[in-house]
Each structure stands twice: as C-alpha cells, then as structure tokens.
Design a protein around this ligand. Structure first.
Ligand SMILES: [Zn+2]
Length: 387
C-alpha cells in the first residue's frame, strides 16, 4: 500500500465530525515532528488547531526571525456528517476499496489532500534534506462548521506575531474530472441577509385597511435580483444576488399577512465590498418606503491571488502533467479558509482531488489520483524551492 493511501486510511478511520478532530491532528503532528517540524497547538473554543514549522536553519522556536521563505500547506481534518449509513455502500468511517477508488467520509474533502501533502513533504525531504525554504502546516478541525475558531483564529495569532507566509497551498478538492485539470486562484465573498418586512394584517377584501408586505417586497426584489451589480472581472464572474427563502402568509386565502421574511445571499467579486452591497440594498428598501429589519451575516471576504511566483509554478507543473494543456484557473464555488490566509499578504492557491463526491454519500477518491496529487505537490515544492 502506498504511503499516501496508508495515511489517508488512518485519517478516514478517525470519525472527525466537525468540530471534532478524533486524533487526526495528533497523528499528523507526530508524523511531521519526525521530519523536524516544531509544532504548536493553537486549540481554541473546542476547535483543534496545529501550526507546525520546519526551518532549514534548524533553530527550533526561532522560526519567526528566519529569513528563509515560508511555504504553508493548509487544510482541515474535520468532515461533514455522513448522512444515513444505509445510503452508503460501505461504512463511511471504514476506508473501503471498490473499483479502483477508496470510499469513506473525507476521502475527497479533504483527508486525501492532507495525506498527499504530508507524504509529498516526507518524500521531498528524503530527496532534498537541505530544502531551502521553511515548510509549515496549518491544520484545523473547524472548516466545515462555523469557521470562527479555526484558521481564522490561527491567522490572527500569526498576524500578531508578524508571521507572513510567502506561499500557501490549500488542499481542498478542486478538480473537475482529473487531478490537475483545475486549481483555484481566488474565491468570491459571501454576504447573507435575513430580512423581515413589516406590514399590516387585514382582510383581503379590505386592502385599504391593510399593508401587504408581499406586495411591498415584490417590486423591490424584482429590481434587486435583475440588477447588474457589476460585469465581473477577467477572473471573477459577475456578482449575484440569490433569494433562498421567502416566507409569508397565514395559510388561509382571505388574510393579508402582517409580515414577510426573505433570506438572500450575495456571492461577490473583489470589485465589490460587503459594506457597499449592504448600503445599496438598504438604499433600495428605504427608497421604496419599506418598514424592515435586516440582519446581515458576512460569512466571507473574497480573495484573489494575482499572477506571480506561486501561480506560475503551479500552472507550469500542471501544464506539464496535462501534456501541455493549461489547467483551468478558477474562482467559482463556495468559500474556503484561503480567505483568512490571503490577508496575511501571501499568495494562496487551492489544489486537490476531484470534487465531484464531496459532502455526498459514497464520497471517494481514485487510488491513482492519490499518487498523482502527491507527485504534483512534490513538483510544486521543487519549483518553489528552486529545483
Ligand atoms: Zn473541505
């Protein structure tokens, strides 16, 4: 059994339902300590976090003063719940091989990414014990949950200490059909709102004695949902507003309801700000004379990594792997912990296995992809480390 598969199986056997870590971090910390990494647990509010660094100058604890470039692998040990056991072809926490793939919760999101990163570093250091850059791992057990006490917390501590990574590689699942066909160079921001529009309840036969909150909401949201917020950028799709819930009514046909509730979400490009979008919506609600309460939830800033060393190395490695065909550089999809790391002033990309089965029943990863991904991480490290 390959080293990457062996480590992945050990991780899948640990049922780390967010924010539980189930011993994954200890296993990984020990494995990295054997390579000379000096680890620090940054557990916070029930979340398990690890920051561990290997400095080529060897000075344990002196890493912040080191001048060697700092390359960070980032990932999460937690997984989403498997759902009903009977819907799975095998126990989600017993790694099982079927038809050339390994099945289990976390097989794609993202225990395979973590296993490949660790084995890539083991292989690299066996080949190049004098690798010139500092290498670090940032692991958390709170990426699938509220994301408050995980990478966000560690990034805050690192910022306070003046730690500024040069390059960050997040091992989230990013591929469409085959490992290396797509990687992520940025993510959109996410801004949500729960809006309550107040009216006056009454009889449908006497609308003049009522104030219908549904009728108030419709024209405003017809305009807001049709609005061209921006044209996007060369690398980001246009900003979009989607209504996910619209609740109102008493259940009977002859009563105008007293209130309506809408839940909507913006996915926005770096051309926008959360503050600007919020002001624009509230201006439209005010202009329509609505009586409302808006509860905003800003769940993610956008991030974007401009063309530079990291993108160049990754694109080069992937193009060579794809026999000359360039990998897609993608900014769509949901949010990730990259948003907390980019503000440290580093380049961030995300590269990992095929994303198709993540969060589903029968989550899996192709066994061949585990080896490919391990090799790709190794080649990227070689590129960044001047091989
Ligand atoms: Zn993930």
């Amino acid at each position: 059994m390959s080293a990457t598969r062996g480590l992945l199986e050990e991780l899948i056997r640990r049922p780390s339902l967010t924010p539980e870590d189930a011993g994954c971090t200890e296993l990984l910390a020990d494995r990295l300590a054997a390579l000379g990494f000096v680890g620090e647990r940054m557990d916070h509010e029930g979340v398990t976090n690890l920051w561990t660094v290997r400095d080529p100058q060897g000075a344990a604890g002196a890493s912040e003063a080191s001048r060697a470039p700092l390359i960070v692998f980032a990932g999460h040990t937690d997984v989403v719940p498997p759902g009903p056991r009977e819907a799975w072809g095998s126990d989600p926490f017993v790694p099982t091989e079927r038809a050339g793939a390994l099945y289990g919760r976390g097989a794609a999101d993202m225990k395979s990414g973590i296993a490949a990163m660790v084995v890539a570093v083991e292989t690299l250091l066996a080949r190049r014990p004098d690798y010139p850059a500092r290498l670090a791992f940032l692991l958390t057990s709170d990426e699938e949950g509220p994301c408050r006490h995980g990478t966000r917390h560690v990034a805050r501590v690192l910022a306070e200490r003046g730690v500024r990574p040069d390059q960050v590689i997040v091992g989230e699942a990013t591929a469409v059909d085959q490992v290396g066909d797509r990687f992520i160079i940025g993510r959109r921001g996410s801004l949500g709102c729960t809006l309550t529009i107040r009216g006056v309840q009454g009889h449908v036969a006497y609308p003049e004695r009522a104030d219908n909150p549904i009728h108030r909401a419709l024209p405003v949201f017809a305009e807001l949902t049709a609005r061209r917020w921006d044209e996007g950028t060369a690398e980001f799709p246009p900003t979009s507003l989607q209504i996910s819930n619209f609740h109102s009514g008493t259940g009977v046909s002859n009563v105008i309801p007293g209130s309506a509730e809408l839940v909507f979400n913006f996915r926005y490009s770096p051309a926008q700000s959360a503050r600007g979008l919020r002001q624009a919506v509230e201006a439209a609600l005010d202009a329509a004379g609505l009586d409302y309460q808006a509860d905003w939830a800003h769940s993610g800033e956008p991030y974007y990594t401009a063309p530079g060393r990291l993108r160049e190395v990754v694109a080069g490695v992937l193009a060579a792997h794809n026999k000359g065909r360039a990998a897609e550089e993608f900014t769509g999809g949901g949010t990730s912990d990259g948003r907390f790391l980019a503000p440290l002033g580093c380049e961030v990309i995300e590269l990992g296995p095929v994303a198709r089965s993540i969060h589903k029943v029968d989550e899996h990863v192709a066994l061949a992809d585990l080896e490919t991904l391990t090799n790709l991480y190794g080649q990227i490290l070689d590129g960044l480390g001047g091989a």
